[in-house]
Design a protein around this ligand. Structure first.
Ligand SMILES: C[S@@+](CC[C@H](N)C(=O)[O-])C[C@H]1O[C@@H](n2cnc3c(N)ncnc32)[C@H](O)[C@@H]1O
Length: 321
């Protein structure tokens, strides 16, 4: 411990965190088990001085510290040990992460290890591969599990577009819901390969389910030229994205009107677009884009394990073309 005076304070925080997590686990485990969901959130900065999120992934724990300058390197491992002990999770299944907010977001997609290991988790009757070792994000964003279900319920006979698809979980739901076609777009080769694995895992055929490795704006320009048109879309971009040489190329605050205007051009009349962002200070500018309706539905899309007084994990709009 760098500063021995911190030891009792940290020990106390570890105890508080472990107790809170245990209580939540007892409350949520059975309820989610009934729905065959084994990935859920156990804690998210509920105690002001414990700036962390704790997630359950089918017997693994992912514990992320919202990094600040004041914290010392011992803090996170100490929290990890306390939570693992109380839930009887072996230390090999505990994954500690440091999350930096803001414009460093781009780094979230960089590798932090190279195990290339994945295991399967369940979400209702779907399955997804997660990898809690190699990246800050694991491959599945659980806060959108209810949005995925909404998409599935609307997908029958639709041509579905998934922009910034990451590991393709929305597309798997749409395909399971009877979409005529799905098109999943991400510029990351790793994400597209992972989405392909998730499709296979869920028995979704390659035919009719396109996976496109491309920049979103390039894809939209091409789709428009080719006369493609969709009935249902999910647009869930990162807050920021940078080019390979670190130039900022997309900032959701500034660029969402341009993005949504581009999406609108490939949507059929009467079609639906779900738009979501994790940006904590997002201010929508959607009035003059040409959608006939744009309604915020965040209160319907946040699952019970993500309800927090401190912050809203995402905001989501349902837009009618
Ligand atoms: C927040 S994740 C999207 C989560 C996803 N919608 C889901 O449901 O799991 C952001 C994704 O955007 C991708 N991305 C970032 N910039 C991009 C761009 N310019 N064009 C296409 N994909 C991009 C990243 O590779 C990453 O997979």
């Amino acid at each position: 411990m760098h500063d021995p005076k911190l030891a009792p304070k940290y020990e106390n925080q570890a105890r508080m965190l472990a107790n809170k997590v245990q209580k939540t686990y007892k409350h949520l485990r059975k309820r989610f088990a009934r729905q065959n969901i084994n990935v859920f959130r156990l804690y998210d900065w509920d105690i002001p001085e414990i700036r962390a999120a704790v997630d359950w992934y089918a017997g693994h724990l992912v514990i992320a510290e919202y990094t600040r300058k004041q914290s010392t390197p011992e803090w996170l491992p100490l929290m990890g040990r306390a939570v693992a002990e109380i839930l009887e999770v072996p230390s090999k299944n505990v994954h500690l992460k440091e999350r930096r907010a803001g414009k460093q977001d781009g780094k979230r997609y960089e590798r932090i290890d190279t195990t290339d290991k994945k295991f399967v988790v369940s979400e209702r009757d779907l399955k997804f591969y997660v990898n809690p070792w190699d990246y800050i994000d694991t491959g599945l964003f659980s806060d959108h599990r209810n949005t995925r279900q909404m998409v599935r319920e609307m997908a029958r006979d639709k041509d579905f577009l998934n922009l910034y698809c990451y590991t393709g979980s929305f597309s798997c739901y749409a395909a399971k819901g009877g979409a005529r076609t799905t098109t999943s777009v991400d510029r990351s080769e790793t994400a597209i390969a992972w989405a392909r694995e998730n499709m296979e895992l869920n028995g979704i055929p390659e035919q009719g389910n396109r996976l496109v490795q491309a920049d979103t704006f390039d894809f939209l320009n091409r789709a428009k030229k080719e006369g493609r048109a969709y009935d249902l879309a999910v647009v869930d971009p990162p807050s920021y994205s940078t080019t390979r040489n670190r130039r900022m190329e997309f900032d959701i605050l500034q660029d969402h009107p341009k993005l949504l205007a581009g999406v609108l051009e490939v949507m059929k009349p009467g079609s639906l677009v779900f738009f979501s962002t994790n940006h904590q200070d997002f201010e929508p500018r959607m009035e003059n884009l040409g959608f006939s309706e744009a309604r915020e539905i965040t209160s319907l899309t946040i699952p019970e394990d993500y309800v927090s007084k401190k912050k809203t994990i995402h905001r989501c709009w349902k837009m009618v073309v």
